[in-house]
Design a protein around this ligand. Sequence first.
Ligand code: SIN
Length: 544
Amino acid sequence: MGNADSDTCLAPVDVVVVGSGIAGLFLAVRCARSGMKVAVVTKKGVSTSSTNWAQGGIAGVLDVDDIEAIEAHVLDTIESGAGLCDEVVVRSVIREAAMRIKDLVEHGVRFDRKEDGGFHMAREGGHSGARILHSRDRTGQEIERALTKVASSESDAEFRILEDWMAVDLIQKSHGKPGDGVCGIWCLNTEGEVWTLPAKVVVLATGGSGMMHKATTNPSIATGDGVAMAHRAGAEIKDMEFIQFHPTSLSVSRQKPFLISEAMRGHGAVLMTIDEYAEWGSSSSSNPGEISFMRGYSELGSLGTRDVVARAIDRELKKSGDPHVLLVTEHLDREGLRQSFPTICSKLEEYGIDLGSDPIPVTPAAHYMVGGISVDSMGRAIIDGTPMPGLFAIGEVACTGLHGANRLASNSLLEAVVFSERAAERIIDEWGGGSLRDVSDNLPKWRADDLDTLVEHAPLRTDLEALRTTMTQDVGIVKSNSRLDRAERRLEHIDKEVSRTWKRCKPTQDLVELRNLVIVSKMVVSASKKREFNVGLHYNLDLS
Ligand code: SIN
């Protein structure tokens, strides 16, 4: 499944899927099984995706007749979304959960089971009950393992997985208007060559944009590529002010943040400040929840929704000047914890932290892009209020209306698989009915064919660093008008530098990613400036 040879890999396909996480692979397999010619383009290896890093799981009610349980999931989603969810989308996605989870199981995904054979359900922040299927604390890895295996077994001349190829831009017809739609992608190989890949349908499944921030739980591929490409092609982008910070990433000096799953708080772990932990040590209380600062912020205590918990931690850290808060687990059954969270346990051991005995230092980190490419109920990208011919978006890159102003934990894998199925069904129907447009022979040429100036890497790294510093300092959990103005000025400056380089130099993956990050960061700032009230993940001091 390595790189295909460039003569064949760039032959026209029916569908090109950009991205190889749960959304992309699920759709690709479905389309390939219907007989379509499919290419999956992924800028690193096939399993280098945000899905692979997901610890928690997939939320869903398995008994389709349990109306009460389904309604509770609907209400928790709407409550977490702070009134901005599309209720029709919420209800339809949650009703579809059981079928899509069954599909995953049929694809070979092994979710944890109880002794009686039923699925073990975990609980996470904002959920009023336990309804999250998981595979220990490495659910994403398990889903990615199963889907990659299915995809490899499908792989043949009609279904290619192109690793180390990066989509650079969507191709629109020569002299066409944006509403005419897309007919393929330009993609960059490791030799620095840009090739044309004609396709009747392009599906963007590129994930999020966590790399905008210095501290993120995302892999380094999360550079907002899909949103930036769709924006350049004229598609509608929505709700970019809602960047979700995960409350608990491991905070160990100079190390990349590592996610400490919310399922651990679902299991009973409690957040405390350093002072509260000392106080608890000298008190007679066996329950750290009685002392935790989270009592003052949410009725659910440490299990409040992510917007509330991340903001509470941010406030406590600003008050105390401490570098982190603590996630306390020593009141819980040590063996049970270690069995449920083996990945986290061994990561903590690397830093000499003993799960179940030692408190875990945690801080919030950028985690999920709630906004994205505006899509309809079939995952079709929207332009000027109507579907854009030939362009779909699924997974984190899409904004479906499910999450509103704040995504409920573990609803994202569910959204990804539901919209992948719907998009696949729509594409297969159109293909079967012969209504997919033919890919024109007369595609425009990539503009940079003849550029031969090489990018200088040092200034590129400086610009990337400046962008991440700006977003971290000025466009984080708590924003203000003056910080947003400053971020806008700084990003404008970086944009000019990067655009100059882009016009002069041969593209490289780093340059394409930085160009995308600049666009997406500017969108986050501009959407934040437009939002006139504080809601969910958007919190501006000057509006409160
Ligand atoms: C987690 O395990 O806490 C992350 C799950 C999610 O982001 O939905």
